[in-house]
Ligand binder design. Structure first.
Ligand SMILES: Cc1cc2nc3c(=O)[nH]c(=O)nc-3n(C[C@H](O)[C@H](O)[C@H](O)COP(=O)(O)OP(=O)(O)OC[C@H]3O[C@@H](n4cnc5c(N)ncnc54)[C@H](O)[C@@H]3O)c2cc1C
Length: 368
C-alpha cells in the first residue's frame, strides 16, 4: 500500500491552499479530488469578493480568519500578479431606520480589527456612486474582488512544483483508522495510508467525516445546503465600488448585492434558500424577489435582468438557527488524532483560504 505523509480531501480553494502550504513542509502530500479538475463546486460559484470581516461575531473563527485572510490574499495576489481590484464597498441604508445597522457594523468591524471603516452621508455616497438610491452608507475600503480561478490555478501549480500530487477523478469512499494512522480508499479500489488526513470536502465534508466514524448529527456537523442564485444585467457597466444592502437580519446571507467582475460586468445576488439536493439549475420563481430587492437601491426593470449562475453554501446553520462558526478541528479529542475536519466553510471561505491553511498547520500534532 502507498504511504503518504498528508492526504487532503478536496481541491477547492481551501484544499489547494492547504496543499500549497503543506507541500513546503512535507515531502509526500496528496490531494484527492473527485472531479476532473479543481474548484468545480463552491469555489467557482460565488461572488469572488475578498471580505473585510465586519459581519462576524468578535473572536469567531470567521472574524479572525477573514481579517487575516484578507491581508494574506492581497499580498499573494500582488506577489503573483493575479488579477484583483481593491475597489472597496458601500453597505448602503435605503431607509433612515437602517442607519443604526450601519453603526453596529462599524462598531463590530472595528472590534474585529477592520481598518478604515467610515459612515458616509447620503450626499457623499451619491457623489461617489451616483446611480444608487441611498440614505447613507458604511464605507469598507479593504473589500475587493479577485480572479478566483487564477488563484486556484496558481495554488495547484505551486503545490505540484513543491512535489505534492493533485489526483483528479479520485473520490474518497472510505476511511479507516488504524494504530499508525488512516487507510483511505478511493472509488477505483486504490488505497493509501496516511498519518494526517485533512477533510476539505466542502459540501460533502459531513459525509467524509462520517466515513471515519464521526457522526454528523451527534456532533452538530450536519451540512445544510443553501442555494444562492445570481441575475445579470447589461444595463449598467463599470461600476466602481461594490454595493451591498444591510445584511439579512436572520444571518442567512449578506443580502442581494451587486457583483462586479474584473471586466466591469454586473450581476446581482446571491439570494438564499435551503435545498435538498446538489443541483445548480436556476429557479425562475425567484426572479421577482431579485427585481424587488435590487429596485430598492437601483433603477432596473424586471426584464433588464436575467438568470446568470448559482452556487450552494455548505451551511452548519439550519433554517431558523442563529450564527454558526466554521468548524476547523483536529479530532483527536474524539479519538481521531490528526484527522482535521473543516466543516461549514461557507462565506467568507474564499477570503480566508490562506489564513485557514496557516491555522490548520498549527493544529497538527507533531508528537503523534
Ligand atoms: C453563492 C455563494 C457566494 C459566495 N461568495 C463568497 C465571497 O464573495 N467571498 C468569500 O470569501 N466567500 C464566498 N463564498 C464562500 C466560498 O465560495 C467558499 O467558502 C469556498 O469556496 C469553500 O471552498 P472549499 O475548498 O472549502 O469547498 P469547495 O470549493 O466546494 O471544494 C471542495 C471539494 O471537495 C471535493 N470533494 C467532495 N467530496 C469528495 C470526496 N469524497 N473525495 C474527493 N473529493 C471530494 C469536491 O468535488 C470539491 O471540489 C460564497 C459561497 C457561495 C455559495
Amino acid at each position: 500500500m502507498e504511504e503518504v505523509e498528508v492526504l487532503i480531501i478536496g481541491a477547492g480553494i481551501v484544499g489547494l491552499a492547504i496543499a500549497e502550504r503543506f507541500s513546503k513542509k512535507y515531502d509526500c502530500v496528496i490531494v484527492a479530488e473527485k472531479e476532473p479538475s479543481f474548484g468545480r463546486h463552491t469555489s467557482s460559484r460565488n461572488s469572488e469578493v475578498m471580505h473585510s470581516g465586519i459581519y462576524y461575531p468578535q473572536d469567531s473563527l470567521k472574524a479572525k480568519l477573514c481579517v487575516k485572510g484578507n491581508e494574506m490574499l492581497y499580498s499573494f495576489l500582488k506577489e503573483h500578479d493575479i488579477g484583483h481590484r481593491k475597489c472597496g464597498k458601500f453597505v448602503i441604508a435605503t431607509k433612515d431606520e437602517e442607519i443604526p445597522i450601519l453603526r453596529e457594523l462599524l462598531e463590530n468591524g472595528t472590534k474585529n480589527g477592520v481598518k478604515g471603516l467610515e459612515i458616509l452621508s447620503e450626499e457623499k455616497v451619491k457623489e461617489l456612486e451616483p446611480l444608487f438610491k441611498t440614505k447613507g452608507a458604511l464605507w469598507v475600503p479593504s473589500t475587493g474582488i479577485m480572479d478566483t480561478h487564477n488563484v486556484m490555478k496558481k495554488l495547484d501549480f505551486m503545490a505540484e512544483e513543491n512535489g505534492a500530487m493533485i489526483s483528479y477523478n479520485t473520490e474518497v469512499v472510505s476511511i479507516e483508522k488504524t494504530d499508525e494512522g488512516y487507510i483511505i480508499t478511493f472509488s477505483d479500489g486504490f488505497k493509501v495510508k496516511s498519518p494526517i488526513v485533512i477533510n476539505a470536502a466542502g459540501l460533502c465534508a459531513d459525509k467524509v467525516s462520517e466515513m471515519v466514524g464521526i457522526h454528523a448529527e451527534k456532533h452538530n456537523y450536519t451540512i445544510h445546503l443553501c442555494k444562492g442564485e445570481y441575475y445579470k444585467t447589461t444595463k449598467y457597466k463599470n461600476i466602481e465600488h461594490l454595493v451591498y444592502p444591510v445584511p439579512d437580519p436572520t444571518g442567512i446571507s449578506l443580502g442581494i448585492h451587486i457583483r462586479i467582475n474584473l471586466n466591469g460586468e454586473l450581476s446581482f445576488g446571491p439570494n438564499a434558500y435551503y435545498v435538498d439536493e446538489l443541483d445548480y439549475s436556476m429557479d425562475e420563481t425567484y426572479h421577482k424577489e431579485f427585481h424587488e430587492s435590487v429596485s430598492e437601491y437601483l433603477d432596473i426593470d424586471f426584464d433588464e435582468m436575467w438568470q446568470d449562475d448559482s452556487g450552494i453554501r455548505p451551511k452548519l446553520q439550519k433554517k431558523g438557527e442563529g450564527f454558526r462558526d466554521f468548524v476547523i478541528e483536529n479530532e483527536s479529542d474524539k479519538g481521531f488524532p490528526n484527522f482535521i475536519n473543516l466543516i461549514g466553510i461557507e462565506s467568507p471561505g474564499l477570503t480566508c483560504c490562506l489564513a485557514i491553511a496557516e491555522y490548520v498547520e498549527n493544529l497538527i500534532d507533531q508528537e503523534i
